[in-house]
Design a protein around this ligand. Structure first.
Ligand SMILES: [Fe+2]
Length: 265
């Protein structure tokens, strides 16, 4: 059974694990810290979402755990390849599962709970969730995908605010910063579809991919939270002013209007 005592143990293990990387790779500390902070805050987002959905105490702890560990593969990925781009390195979700298994972190949990954690982690970064007979795998995959997106929006909008003073190419996946928006990306977002990572060529494409995550949110709570935090307005502010961007903004505003008005709480 998952308990708060166990989750505290996971948090201590995680802090220790991250500190080892910082000690061994002081030059890479900044981006290691950014990802560690993201893991902790995704855990908080998962807690808030799970609480809002009135899950049991145990399932709230499970959500927090998946949040904490979902990106634990990022540290190994970054020190080995110095990038957060999976296509230029390795799938970071598979790396996360590898790290957890190698260190036998989840040994106190049932096989069933471990399966939910591993599969949710694998699903968190995929274009779509892998079909599964276990409804709890699907549910927690949906939950981590929303929690992750909410904190990435926080992270990147904070970054776009300071970008002029403090550029970080790693957070931009080393994409070229010109005014281009690729046709595939534009087509997808205008049709309220998620943008595939493969179609992304420029930094603007990446920003539009992150805006299009709106259409992939699974819970009303997440749409409301995104709306309240104004993350997408901040991303739009960082995009060039042109007809394509205006069209995307209209689609997004209309989607919000429809969903926020129909919220039942
Ligand atoms: Fe991730």
């Amino acid at each position: 059974m998952i308990t708060s005592k166990l989750v505290n143990k996971y948090i201590s293990w995680f802090d220790n694990y991250v500190n080892q990387f910082i000690k061994q790779f002081p030059d890479l500390a900044e981006n290691i810290e950014i990802k560690a902070g993201h893991c902790r805050l995704v855990s908080n987002e998962a807690f808030d979402l799970a609480t809002n959905l009135k899950l049991t105490d145990e399932d709230i702890l499970l959500a927090e755990t998946i949040g904490l560990f979902h990106d634990v593969g990022r540290f190994r990925q970054y020190v080995k390849y110095q990038t957060f781009s999976d296509s230029k390195s390795q799938n970071h979700s598979e790396l996360a599962v590898e790290v957890l298994k190698e260190n036998n972190i989840l040994k106190d949990l049932s096989a069933d709970t471990q399966e939910i954690i591993f599969k949710s982690i694998i699903n968190h970064s995929r274009a779509e969730i892998i079909p599964d007979k276990n409804e709890r795998v699907i549910f927690f995959s949906k939950l981590i995908r929303d929690a992750d997106k909410l904190d990435i929006w926080r992270l990147i909008t904070e970054y776009y605010m300071v970008k002029e003073q403090k550029e970080n190419k790693t957070l931009e996946l080393e994409l070229s910063n010109n005014d281009e928006i690729s046709d595939d990306v534009f087509e997808a977002i205008i049709n309220k579809k998620v943008v595939l990572k493969e179609s992304m060529k420029t930094l603007n494409d990446f920003k539009l991919l992150q805006i299009a995550w709106l259409f992939d949110l699974n819970f009303d709570y997440s749409i409301k939270r995104l709306y309240d935090k104004k993350y997408l307005d901040k991303i739009f502010d960082s995009l060039p002013e042109n007809e394509k961007v205006n069209q995307v903004r209209d689609v997004v505003n209309e989607y919000f209007k429809h969903h926020i008005e129909t919220l039942t709480y």
